[in-house]
Design a protein around this ligand. Structure first.
Ligand code: ZN
Length: 251
């Protein structure tokens, strides 16, 4: 049987879909390395076990698939009916037997992939609404999913690190997060500098910044997502700080 192909032929979109699929495969690999008992262990996210992370990633695929169905049909379907329902769903999913939890992840990922694959080229421009209320073209869902699968693979806390995430994904992540801080005005006086690559990247306040946080791309992304300060250094008004301040809140 010949495998069916994506209906979009947009090279940028196909590249983005590849990153999402790679990230999904990466999450699947890290999940499959864990024994059923190990699923009960803590994740890197406060208050969440690995079960919560897995349930969340599964339900996230279903929620994004709803947006693709919306783009395809024009019938408005939110990602989640409410934040309470989303949280309840995750807490419920975390109690599933291990095989059901694994099935939730696998099945939801396959379903989303089919929705993406079958979405007509023109429908990728249709507008949908994210859980945060942003109106975005359906194509944005690919990035939304990419971000989730790569970062939550690290959150499973069984060996994956930000250094495993492709540079293009890390760079967009840092751009997204620093952009969100800027939109909210929570980054006043803060400059984020990515070192160890040419050209060096900078995000934020420019030359007047009092606080400068710098490090390699993976370390900066990890810090920016609120997952640790180990791989970055900071200066305030030019003086090195012993303790790197926590990043402003992201989501
Ligand atoms: Zn998430």
């Amino acid at each position: 049987m010949v495998a069916r192909q994506d209906r979009t032929t947009d090279p940028e979109l196909l590249e983005a879909l590849l990153q999402a699929r790679r990230g999904t495969a990466f999450f699947a690999r890290k999940l499959n390395e864990l024994s059923d008992d190990e699923l009960d262990g803590p994740s890197l996210l406060p208050g969440w076990s690995r079960r919560h992370v897995t349930a969340h990633v599964g339900y996230n695929a279903r929620a994004i698939a709803r947006l693709i169905e919306w783009a395809a049909t024009g019938v408005e379907t939110p990602m989640y009916a409410s934040t309470e329902i989303r949280d309840h769903e995750i807490n419920f999913g975390a109690t599933l037997p291990a095989n059901a939890l694994r099935h939730l992840f696998d099945h939801s990922a396959v379903h989303l992939n089919v929705e993406w694959r079958d979405l007509p080229a023109d429908s990728w421009h249709h507008k949908v609404k994210t859980a945060q209320g942003r109106i975005v073209p359906a194509g944005e869902t690919v990035w939304m999913r990419t971000r989730e699968v790569w970062t939550h693979a690290v959150d499973l806390d069984n060996g994956a690190t930000f250094a495993d995430i492709p540079a293009a994904v890390l760079e967009r992540l840092v751009r997204d997060i620093t952009g969100a801080w800027q939109a909210r005005g929570t980054d006043t006086g803060l400059l984020v500098r990515v070192t160890g690559q040419q050209p060096e990247l900078e995000f934020g306040s420019g030359p007047d910044a009092q606080l400068v946080v710098s490090g390699p791309l993976a370390g900066v992304a990890r810090w920016a997502t609120g997952r640790g300060t180990d791989a970055v250094t900071a200066t305030r008004n030019g003086a090195a700080l012993d303790v790197v301040p926590a990043a402003p809140k992201w989501i």
